[in-house]
Write a protein that binds this ligand. Sequence first.
Ligand code: PEP
Ligand code: MN
Length: 337
Amino acid sequence: MVVVMAGNASEESTANVIGKLTEMNFDVHRSTGVNQTVLGAVGDKRGLDPRLIEVMPGVQKVVRVSEPYKLASRTVQPEDTVIKVKDVSIGGDKLVMMAGPCSVEGRDEIREIAATIARAGASVLRGGAYKPRTSPYSFQGLGEEGLKYLSEAATENGMVSVSEVMESGQIPALLEHVDILQVGARNMQNFSLLRELGKVRKPVLLKRGLSATIEELLMAAEYIMAGGNFEVILCERGIRTFEKYTRNTLDLSAIPVVKKLSHLPIIADPSHATGRRDKVAPMARASIAAGTDGLMIEVHQQPEMAMSDGPQSLYPEQFQKLMGELEIIAQAVGKKW
Ligand code: PEP
Ligand code: MN
């Protein structure tokens, strides 16, 4: 942490700041310039709120040098984390394709779509059984029954499964039936849920909150990792901006930013990011070019009849065509399918 004292700060103020930092177990290095004094505070205090120092008399600004997250940081682990789920590897030079309907709607429906997307090359089957809907009157998901259908459809097609957990009470059912537990955008900062997921021994797919900064996303991952679960997959699914044409704004730059800051895999979800079927393929292509470790895409055999997110769900033929295009881009950026 670097503390810049104001030009007119008194010697007493500077001494007070040095005293406070020393009290907090920092090693303080003082550099006195012609116009300003700068204090370098060295010590591993990730949880420290810099405002504690910022509000002291005579302080102009405080600049944090190290990241507040530790386990998620590339400084702590320089090499990429690769998560193995059965035969599927997530992270490193492998690309993972997760696809499926927004919600599990029925046994036959999920089995049919799973067979189609597995043929097209997807290895992870998605489908919500507990749905976070904006309206309490909308379809809320099939619950545990839906998880069973999802799991059966995934196994039948040699895929692994991912589904959303909305609250701690649902964790046992998810652990019993699915391979990867998803934390939705609306729950990214549900710290008690994150803590509970720190105790489980299955990978967690953590989606970026609607208005979360990249640092907040990494801090949410840190919660899970601090509990002992190091298998966290991050997901950029679009953030809320002033733009209204698309459902959200896909923050593509988050991909290379996260890649630099963290060793955790990050995938992109162009379906929830754009909310429109015709925008999914271009943003999926762009995400691969930007260095994502994988994609999550909503696909439905009859999107116009879907119980949720039909307008952003691809038709199976569109998904198949997209997979062919993505393979070419993947090769160009050195990723293996
Ligand atoms: C989902 O993937 O089904 C979902 C609800 O996504 P998000 O949390 O990103 O809105
Ligand atoms: Mn959806």
